[in-house]
Design a protein around this ligand. Structure first.
Ligand SMILES: [Zn+2]
Length: 57
């Protein structure tokens, strides 16, 4: 059902929360993909070890 909302939700790879791409706390580009974070702490964890968060099945 279309609601007309234009917001695109992304998943924070660290904590798996949904993050509004317009209202995130930080982003990181890794391997050509942009990741969105709910909090600066999540971005810091991701930047320290991106592979750890990306290879979760
Ligand atoms: Zn988070």
């Amino acid at each position: 059902m279309a609601t007309g909302l234009e917001n695109t939700m992304a998943i924070d790879p660290v904590c798996k929360m949904q993050v509004d791409e317009q209202k995130n706390a930080g982003t990181s580009d890794y391997n050509g993909t942009t990741y969105y974070f709910c909090a600066p702490g999540c971005k810091r964890k991701f930047d320290a070890d991106p592979e750890k968060y990306l290879k979760s099945a």
